[in-house]
Design a binder for this molecule. Structure first.
Ligand code: GSH
Length: 210
């Protein structure tokens, strides 16, 4: 059974919960109270993952940290269809990698601004985080707009969602909790609605079902 070191308000842990739900894979929660107890910095958690960040999974003895890496692992090991992480087309695999990197780059911007406003994450320059997030969201909106124009509904040029969509979705849709309005990004808003309509989609606090 997969163990997920999890916190309900963590956008990164939600990426793992969402893909596990979409794959229909059973898992057990190992609750880590990120706030206010900061248990992700406790010695027991650091012994498992010295990065001190959520999420971490333990899958049949394999420890995997970093949300994007967790998605790659789960899709590689638990998706017999291969559709969530397509690896038989180098061009497509590379597109997925690009958007996984984009998702990781939202951590110090959109995600940090949300943690600042919601969980007293006050050591950051929140104006700079919001500015960076808007730069990234403009890139994402334009990409989605051109993809739609070419007939693609998802981040990658494939007719079904991939882990790239799962990786980017949480910090994008939760950005408003960090004072980053999505009003001016219509293609992003259409894409988040499509993600919410994926069969098996689950929500989290702050994200509402379609
Ligand atoms: N790049 C990492 C970032 C994960 C991350 O920042 N997780 C937050 C919770 S949403 C965390 O644990 N941050 C550590 C901290 O705030 O000290 C990933 O994608 O997994």
């Amino acid at each position: 059974m997969i163990e997920l070191y999890d916190y309900e308000l963590s956008s990164d842990a939600y990426k793992a919960r969402l893909l596990l739900a979409l794959l229909g894979v059973a898992w057990t929660q190992r609750y880590v109270e990120y706030y206010p107890r900061r248990q992700h910095r406790a010695p027991e958690f650091l012994a498992l993952s010295p990065r001190g960040e959520l999420p971490v999974i333990v899958d049949d003895g394999t420890i995997v940290d970093d949300a994007q890496n967790v998605l790659v692992h789960l899709a590689s090991r638990h998706d017999p269809t291969g559709r969530w992480y397509p690896q038989n087309d180098a061009g497509l695999t590379s597109q997925v990698s690009t958007w996984l990197a984009f998702a990781a780059a939202l951590t110090p911007t959109a995600s940090a601004a949300r943690l600042h406003d919601g969980l007293l994450y006050h050591h950051i320059d929140v104006d700079e985080a919001r500015r960076g997030a808007h730069e990234q969201l403009a890139v994402l909106d334009e990409h989605l707009w051109f993809n739609e124009d070419a007939g693609w509904s998802w981040l990658c040029t494939v007719d079904q969602p991939t882990i790239a969509d799962i990786a980017c979705f949480p910090d994008v849709i939760l950005a408003e909790e960090g004072g980053i309005e999505l009003r001016t990004y219509p293609a992003i808003r259409r894409w988040t609605d499509r993600v919410k309509a994926i069969p098996g989609f689950i929500a989290m606090p702050g994200i509402f079902p379609a």
